[in-house]
Design a binder for this molecule. Structure first.
Ligand code: CO8
Length: 257
């Protein structure tokens, strides 16, 4: 049913694989539309607790589709704004999304990875915002998210020079959560996602919401937000189950309520 992505469910996880091999998974309007549709389907599927987005060995995604954008006029980009609108859907997803990145994650590809909740990188991963080299700037969050993740100096250098960052530098800088051998990337990301999917779903969503709040508010407000959410967790059966299971030295059986 999809032409530019492949999806499959593994246990309680949806794996979405970007698949435009001839264009290094460049993000054209069709791919973005299909990706957001797949994310929405996974979000609505009550059996699914987490999502993994990956690409190929050579490229997670080499950016927005330059061939599709080359002749656009300002009025089209401004009035239609389809790619950005599609991307916003991904950040609205309440279930955790892991980006499993091998090879190039450039421009919109790096921005897509940063819209996910965390990035697991293969040792072959290369991140960059090369828009400056083709006469534009990052357009779906790169200047903002990269700066928050790796700090002004490195983000500025990357956006102004277009240089790429390898996996080790990306881990040191805090862009990725861990590096794994390329051959184990997808299985590792699926394992991590499955672990998350087995926890209480409302609690997972609350934890995600609280961490994301840190990017939107002051420390005092953020800590208050966290405290109130923490208080509300005690209204869930899963809190009773989790703590009782610990006391009884058994594995918790969460019911997602
Ligand atoms: N768009 C379209 N096609 C692409 C893209 C892309 N971003 N990247 C690669 N391709 C295509 C190539 O044109 C080539 O196709 P063909 O065989 O038909 O010529 C094929 O993929 C393979 O690519 P290469 O031959 O170039 O492969 P190399 O291994 O030699 O090089 C690179 C790999 C270094 C990744 C190189 O392809 C490259 O530099 N790609 C472009 C990277 C880039 O500049 N990305 C930023 C794009 S702009 C952007 O993302 C802005 C986001 C804001 C969006 C806002 C929406 C409105």
């Amino acid at each position: 049913m999809f032409e530019t992505i492949e999806t499959r469910n593994e246990g309680n996880v949806t794996l979405i694989t970007l698949s435009r091999p001839d264009a290094l998974n460049a993000l054209n309007a069709q791919l973005m539309g299909e990706l957001t549709q797949a994310v929405k389907q996974a979000e609505e599927d009550t059996a699914i607790g987490a999502i993994v987005i990956t690409g190929s060995e050579k490229a997670f995604a080499a950016g927005a589709d330059i061939k599709e954008m080359a002749d656009l006029e300002f009025s089209q980009v401004f009035n239609e704004d389809k790619v950005s609108a599609a991307m916003d859907e991904i950040t609205r997803c309440r279930k955790p999304i892991i980006a499993a990145v091998a090879g190039y994650a450039l421009g919109g590809g790096c921005e897509l990875a940063m819209m996910c909740d965390f990035i697991i990188a293969a040792d072959t991963a290369k991140f960059g915002q090369p828009e400056i080299t083709i006469g534009v700037i990052p357009g779906i969050g790169g200047t903002q998210r990269l700066t928050r993740f790796i700090g002004k100096s490195k983000a500025m250098e990357m956006c102004l020079t277009g240089r790429m960052m390898g996996a080790e530098e990306a881990e040191r800088a805090g862009l990725v959560s861990r590096i794994v051998p390329a051959a184990e990337l997808v299985s590792n990301a699926l394992e991590v996602a499955q672990r998350i999917a087995e926890f209480s779903r409302p609690v997972v969503m609350m934890a995600k919401e609280c961490v994301n709040r840190a990017y939107e508010t002051t420390l005092t407000e953020g800590v208050l937000f966290e405290r109130r959410v923490f208080n509300s967790v005690f209204a869930l059966e899963d809190q009773k189950e989790g703590m009782t299971a610990f006391v009884e030295k058994r594995k918790a059986a969460f019911k997602n309520r």
